[in-house]
Design a binder for this molecule. Structure first.
Ligand code: ATP
Ligand code: MG
Length: 112
């Protein structure tokens, strides 16, 4: 299993959510985040206005999925989140050792 952590532009959240849903991924965690990438000290467009890049509002999405689905999920997130402008975001992929579904006690991929 893997955890995909995607930092995206907030207005892209719905499109990314739909893309993941179409893949059959059911669980998702969304965290309001702030951050910056490589343009620190330069300007980045946010909702049509230029900002000095300090900490810009971002949305962090966390999805745990079977390893076999990771590439498709990453492609779906990338396609949905891309505008082609700077600040489109980044995707991190981490190993997940185990999952526990609290209500049923299921473990591993059964619990995703
Ligand atoms: N190395 C990193 N570690 C942790 N978070 C990061 C890292 N790089 C980017 N982020 C997060 O992702 C968000 C979007 O990054 P961003 O898309 O601006 O990356 P970039 O490398 O500057 O690419 P681009 O040149 O397309 O803007 C940042 O605001 C930050 O929250
Ligand atoms: Mg950037």
């Amino acid at each position: 299993m893997r955890k995909i952590e995607a930092i995206i532009k907030p207005f892209k959240l719905d499109e990314v959510k739909e893309a993941l849903h179409e893949l059959g991924l059911q669980g998702i965690t969304v965290i309001e985040a702030k951050g910056f990438g490589r343009q620190k000290g330069h300007t980045e467009l946010y909702r049509g206005a230029e900002y000095i890049v300090d900490f810009l509002p971002k949305m962090k999405i966390e999805v745990v999925c079977p390893a076999s689905l990771v590439e498709r999920a990453v492609e779906a997130i990338s396609a949905a989140a891309r505008t082609g402008r700077i600040g489109d975001g980044k995707i991190f992929i981490l190993p997940v050792e185990d999952v526990v579904r609290i209500r049923t006690g299921e473990r591993g991929e059964d619990a995703i």
